[in-house]
Design a protein around this ligand. Structure first.
Ligand code: PMP
Ligand code: GLN
Length: 412
């Protein structure tokens, strides 16, 4: 085994997808919508498959299909109030996942330190390890554990964050809106991170795949728009999340040309080019949405409106079942403290090391309801911080959310 793979193991997704296939629970685990994708998006793909232009079925430009990089360039130029060059400041990737990989492999050298905020989307750390880098972890911690808890109550300790930065720090990975907490970082919180990046000459890799899913009038702030941050930020997005087509695995990164070039090199030497019809369809989706960004019909506005209702519904049934949910300000996941249920169930029949793994497996097998164990989103030394929680996904059909609610009733 090459050294860069030593200690690697299949991720929580591999394990929990297999579990779902075996037990066929109501699956609120892996994050994806279980309802039909927006019709105009899937229709575009069907039209492309039958388009008279034969080139739409062939290889396209390696760093991104022209129509898509142009659409992405145009959209973000408007959102950032800065002209983005679609040819060298945008890279289309095989999902946001590959954008993360290309950014980390393209910038992190052996021995470089990367600051990762916990809980974190689970691939960040293995990717840093693959690059030969060293992850340094800092947890978000809840300032409240009773009463109504919001994702805004999960915060970084300012001094602890300051102490993470040193001359070996290459990068900090930010994720806002956050998976799994749903935290939408506030201006002040982003300013602190930005100031430290500037002080220590550190890159910010900003994973913003849930950028359109923000609730209660909260505002998603792109850290690359803070003063002097454009030149040190790589921002990542996902068509899977943006258009509710996670199976399309189409993502992107944007940032200054000198930083994006490194990603292009990794991409060219691994994926090389992404599927043409999917990129064409995503481009057409963006083109349509750009004509109605301020209208309530724009998918980027209707989706969060609909999701907020689902969020509220889930928060209520989790609470009624005796759990303590953290109400997310964004994204499509909810963390809930499940430990009040411990006296009613015997999860020790599951041999796992961490209690949240025991709980989620027990629930899948005995109650037919699957969630994700959040300790998967922590470093070894901090896994205990995730053990009292379960993560549920709420971008699901109302009928399925109701079914989940009924299943939990049985625990009352
Ligand atoms: N980042 C975060 C925070 C995610 O939750 C996900 C999961 N979809 C990704 C990146 C990867 O996105 P994609 O499916 O576009 O690869
Ligand atoms: N982002 C999704 C989640 O967190 C999907 C994860 C994955 O498939 N790797 O559930």
């Amino acid at each position: 085994l090459p050294q860069r793979l030593q200690g690697s193991a299949p991720s929580v997704w591999n394990e929990y997808i297999a579990l779902a296939m075996e037990y066929k629970p109501l699956n609120l685990g892996q994050g994806f919508p279980d309802d039909a994708a927006p019709e105009y998006v899937t229709k575009a793909l069907a039209e492309i498959a039958n388009d008279e232009n034969p080139l739409l079925q062939q290889y396209t430009r390696g760093f991104g299909h022209m129509r898509l990089v142009q659409a992405i360039g145009k959209l973000y130029s408007k959102l950032l109030q800065r002209e983005i060059n679609p040819l060298n400041e945008v890279l289309v990737t095989s999902g946001a996942y590959e954008a993360l990989y290309s950014a980390i492999m393209g910038h992190v050298d052996v021995g470089d330190e990367v600051i990762i905020i916990e809980p974190f989307f689970d691939c960040y750390h293995p990717m840093v390890k693959m690059a030969g880098g060293v992850s340094r972890f800092i947890p978000l911690k809840p300032t409240k554990t009773e009463g109504a808890i919001s994702s805004a109550d999960w915060v970084l300790d300012e001094q602890e964050l300051k102490n993470m930065f040193n001359s070996k720090t290459k990068m900090i990975i930010l994720n806002t809106p956050h998976n799994p907490i749903g935290k939408v970082f506030k201006q002040k919180e982003l300013e602190l991170i930005a100031d430290l990046c500037k002080k220590w000459n550190v890159l910010c890799l900003s994973d913003e795949v849930y950028e359109w899913m923000v609730f209660d009038g909260n505002k998603h702030i792109r850290i690359c728009t803070l003063p002097d941050m454009w030149e040190r930020t790589i921002t990542i997005g996902s068509a899977g999340k943006t258009f509710s087509v996670t199976g399309w695995k189409t993502g992107w990164a944007y940032g200054p040309a000198n930083l994006i070039r490194n990603l292009q090199m990794v991409h060219q030497n691994s994926v090389y080019t992404c599927a043409t019809p999917l990129q064409e369809a995503v481009a057409r989706g963006f083109e349509l949405e750009m004509t109605r960004l301020d209208s309530p019909e724009c998918f980027f506005n209707s989706l969060p409106r609909e999701l907020q209702v689902k969020r509220n519904f889930m928060a209520k049934f989790l609470q009624d079942a005796g759990m303590k949910p953290t109400i997310p300000e964004g994204g499509y996941f909810m963390l809930a403290d499940w430990t009040n249920l411990e006296k009613k169930i015997n999860i020790n029949s599951e041999p796992d090391k961490y209690r949240d793994y025991k709980f989620t497996k027990w629930m899948t097998k005995n109650m037919g309801l699957q969630g994700i164990p959040p300790s998967a989103f922590y470093s070894d030394e901090h896994k205990h911080l995730g053990e009292d929680f379960v993560r549920y996904c709420f971008i699901k059909k109302q009928a399925n959310l109701e079914k989940a609610s009924e299943l939990l009733e049985k625990l009352k």
